[in-house]
Design a protein around this ligand. Structure first.
Ligand code: SF4
Ligand code: SF4
Length: 473
């Protein structure tokens, strides 16, 4: 595989000794304003290596060479680590859609409306067969001690509850299971079953107030479902394996801080606050402006910090925690939208009720991205199919202006589905840029102020090792 970094390595035909930064064979370091009164960031974009430097020390750091010499010694390790993350991972998870149907009609859903309204369930027999085929595939590809993950996803998986629960029971030793649900069908017995099987449960909630939440989370009659979701949250209280996913739109962004208060009070262990994906045109109606969305998102993050100081209890916002990890411990990242190529078709793939395979759920409904069918084709063959490689070959280096952006490996230039469907091609950017830029700048400010631990999951570093540390001042 050819990466841009390979063209950057010392070139035998070039007479430069690489002694100076930013010229000849020297490393490329870009100073980035992170909006901090004392520090700026110096970033080597290809390896995502960085250092925080005091404003008044920048000139001496750039000319003394201590940092760059130390970096050069380790550059090979950083390059290998980044290459492994970007090109060396194998799928270990499947987003498994056991039904095309949904009982809700949210405007930003990436599954076409007709499919959600008139679609089919996967039969219990086929679901069991599909899990068996996936088990066989993962046996062939993953190390023995790695348990693959199946996340039942939507549409609304709980509409096909009997088949899903039968699959979880039958394969409880073979997979780590999760379910992403709108929570309207999570009654007592469903919650008891999922808890007893240690299933991770993600539920969707866009605001703490019904008046806001019901703007986007509505059934086919236009009625909001807020009350039902709150009832389900009460059933989940005390369980470690649940989380709330909020989609940030122009309908709820002003209320994110209130949502943080609410989630913390309900003892939600962790949440995601994802900016709306704009793969289908209907999402554009609720697409927020980047700068406004970030202003409210940052206020919500700040509120998690205040609550942590007041109570000692964290509320990690998973997608932001992932950006922090991308900076301080790249191999500890858990989500895969902020690395390029993204995780779609590379670290996971999506399965539809008729067995069709797509690189990511975002592509379901876009037939040109169907790579094959689980019941007819080998997964290995599907992963190398043209529809999959269109996604897995999309590199940030091929996208403008991302190719020259210093934070490209903290952002990843998401999302290929948006780039293709909203902006006309894989070499285009996705729906947002400034939102990601500002997140990275904010993450660096937190690191500069040594506040970042409060935004991360406890135990995030258990499987990581320190590869570089240096005191410049
Ligand atoms: S960036 Fe888009 S296609 Fe890639 S994993 Fe994220 S949602 Fe899926
Ligand atoms: S989307 Fe924006 S922040 Fe992200 S890599 Fe591209 S230019 Fe940089």
């Amino acid at each position: 595989m050819t990466t841009k970094r390979q063209t950057r390595k010392d070139n035998g035909t070039c007479a430069s000794s690489g002694s100076y930064i930013n010229t000849g064979n020297g490393s490329t370091f870009m100073p980035i304003d992170i909006g901090h009164p004392e520090y700026i960031a110096l970033i080597e974009p290809d390896t995502a290596f960085w250092s925080l430097v005091k404003h008044e020390k920048l000139s001496s750091v750039l000319t003394e060479g201590k940092l760059f010499k130390a970096y050069k010694k380790k550059a090979g390790v950083f390059t290998e680590e980044m290459d492994m993350l970007r090109f060396g991972l194998k799928p270990s998870a499947v987003y498994f859609n056991p039904t095309e149907k949904c009982n809700l009609d949210c405007p930003y859903c990436y599954i076409p409306q007709k499919m959600r309204h008139d679609g089919e369930h996967m039969s219990e027999k086929r679901l069991i067969k599909a899990l068996g085929l996936l088990k066989d595939y993962f046996k062939r590809t993953l190390p023995k001690d790695t348990l693959p993950q199946i996340i039942f996803h939507g549409a609304e998986p709980m509409l096909n509850r009997d088949a899903v629960f039968a699959g979880i029971e039958q394969y409880s030793e073979d997979f780590r299971f999760g379910i992403q649900t709108n929570a309207t069908l999570l009654d007592d017995s469903a919650v008891d079953f999922l808890k007893s099987q240690n299933v991770s449960i993600g539920i969707s909630l866009d605001a703490s107030d019904a008046a806001i939440s019901d703007r986007t989370r509505i059934n086919w009659d236009g009625q909001g479902v807020h009350t039902k979701v709150i009832e389900a949250m009460e059933r989940l209280r005390g369980y470690n394996g649940w989380s709330v996913i909020c989609t940030i739109t122009n309908k709820n962004m002003r209320h994110l801080t209130k949502l943080v208060n609410f989630l913390h009070q309900k003892e939600v262990p962790t949440c995601l606050m994802n900016i709306v994906r704009c793969t289908l045109p209907s999402s554009l109606e609720v697409k927020p402006n980047d700068a406004n969305a970030f202003k409210y998102f940052m206020a919500a993050l700040e509120r998690t910090y205040e609550l942590y100081l007041e109570t000692g209890r964290k509320l990690p916002v998973g997608n932001f925690a992932n950006i922090l990890l991308a900076i301080i411990a790249p191999t500890a990242r858990r989500l895969m939208c902020d690395i390029s190529p993204c995780g779609g078709g590379r670290c996971f793939f999506a399965l539809t009720p008729n067995g069709d395979l797509f690189p990511c759920s975002e592509f379901i409904g876009l037939s040109q991205f169907k790579g094959g069918n689980l019941f007819k084709d080998s997964v290995e063959k599907v992963l190398t199919s043209r529809p999959f490689s269109r996604v897995t070959d999309r590199k940030v280096e091929d996208v403008e202006p991302c190719s020259r952006c210093a934070i490209r490996h903290f952002c990843g230039s998401p999302c290929p589905a948006e780039a293709c469907e909203m902006n006309g091609g894989m070499e285009q950017t996705g729906a947002f840029c400034e939102f990601y830029e500002e997140q990275v700048r904010y993450a660096f400010r937190l690191i500069a102020d040594d506040k970042h631990e409060a935004f991360l999951w406890d135990g995030w570093g258990d499987d990581t090792k320190k590869t570089f540390t240096m005191d410049l001042f």
